[in-house]
Ligand binder design. Structure first.
Ligand SMILES: Cc1cc2nc3c(=O)[nH]c(=O)nc-3n(C[C@H](O)[C@H](O)[C@H](O)COP(=O)(O)O)c2cc1C
Length: 339
């Protein structure tokens, strides 16, 4: 059997050696609370590059200090952040992996000191702070912050940028009618709720010509919320704006119960891919190579994002290759112990 998981994938000018993506995972380890990378981040990301992951995606990285989920999040809100990322990108690429970064704003899910912001002044749950409703001016400043984050990511040498539009963070809060009750041009109709993301994508595209991904939460799992059918329509618009791939997650815009079973989000990636005719990434409880093969060979997604399994096994690509009975290259230094 030809392995799909270990076949290369080209998006624009970037060729990944396989379909395995290290899904973005916050490490909450920027201990000085200045958004800067620490030794931990280099060890963590580079280990997975040594483990032969095709694309390493750096965790949600805040475009403003106020947009951090926690004070220990990574940041890309100042030019001083570029140097650390430049070093990380170089180290990742030394092992044949490509490097991506997820740029993010936490919106009402930020837990930092001071005011937090959202499309509407509605708290996520009864334990969280009530956000301030963003003014039009603040919306424009936030869009500019995403653009500057993308410019800095480019300066650092990243191959791919992902905009975080999922998990109930700021962009997701604009998209969903459950969290967006605005009465101006950023709220109300589906088109209006999409306006913020539309403007973020256009702004990023002014400074970034390379591959652009957007992560979405394709299901709100709540009456009156969004469903995969809504995201098919949004994906068509994103495609028109030059987005290259939709990374399909789900949930977390409101506290809803999710039945998480193996591959529970794959059907959404499949629907968006095949109804909006845009490449997708599948994520969520994908832990076995045969699962990944099934998804890719049945044309349900183009890339496989692996999160927790890569925490347990940083060399998961090697384990997956063994499971499939295919051989993959090892780091040269490890040849004697790889098989
Ligand atoms: C420790 C941890 C941190 C995470 N941080 C992020 C993040 O920064 N951005 C994001 O989009 N998802 C984040 N996620 C979600 C994962 O990327 C992934 O979508 C989710 O864990 C499901 O995939 P899995 O079953 O392979 O773990 C995080 C998950 C974990 C376990």
């Amino acid at each position: 059997m030809e392995s799909a998981l270990f076949s290369p994938y080209t998006i624009k000018n970037v060729t990944l050696k396989n379909r395995i993506v290290m899904s973005p995972m916050c490490m909450y380890s920027s201990h000085n609370e200045d958004g800067m990378l620490q030794d931990w981040h280099y060890t963590h990301y580079v280990s997975r590059a040594v483990g032969q992951v095709g694309l390493i995606m750096v965790e949600a990285t805040a475009v403003t200090p106020q947009g951090r989920i926690s004070a220990q999040d990574l940041g890309i809100w100042s030019d001083e952040h570029v140097l650390g990322f430049k070093k990380l990108v170089k180290m990742i690429k030394e092992h044949g992996a490509k490097a991506a970064i997820q740029i993010a704003h936490a919106g009402r899910k930020a837990t930092v000191d001071g005011d937090i912001v959202a499309p509407s002044a509605i708290a996520f749950n009864d334990r969280s702070k009530t956000p301030k409703e963003l003014t039009i001016n603040e919306i424009k400043e936030t869009i500019e912050a995403f653009k500057n984050g993308a410019r800095r990511a480019k300066e650092a040498g990243f191959d791919i940028i992902e905009i975080h539009g999922a998990h109930g963070y700021l962009i997701n809060e604009f998209l969903s009618p459950l969290s967006n009750k605005r009465e101006d041009e950023y709220g109300g109709s589906s088109e209006n709720r999409y306006r913020f993301l539309r403007e973020v994508i256009d702004a990023v595209r002014e400074v970034w010509e390379g591959p652009l991904f957007v992560r979405v939460s394709a299901h709100d799992y709540t009456d009156g919320g969004l469903t995969p059918a809504d995201y098919v329509e949004y994906a068509k618009q994103m495609k028109q704006q030059g987005v290259d791939l939709i990374d399909v997650s789900s949930g977390a815009v409101v506290p809803a119960k999710i039945d998480a079973f193996p591959g529970y989000q794959v059907a959404f990636a499949d629907q968006i891919r095949n109804e909006a005719a845009i490449p997708t990434g599948a994520v969520g409880l994908i832990t076995k190579a045969v699962q990944a093969e099934e998804i890719l060979k049945n044309n349900r997604a183009d890339l496989i994002f692996i999160a927790r399994e890569l925490l347990r096994d940083p060399y998961w690509p090697r384990s997956a290759a063994q499971e499939l009975g295919v051989s993959i290259e090892s780091p040269k230094q490890y040849e004697r112990g790889w098989l």
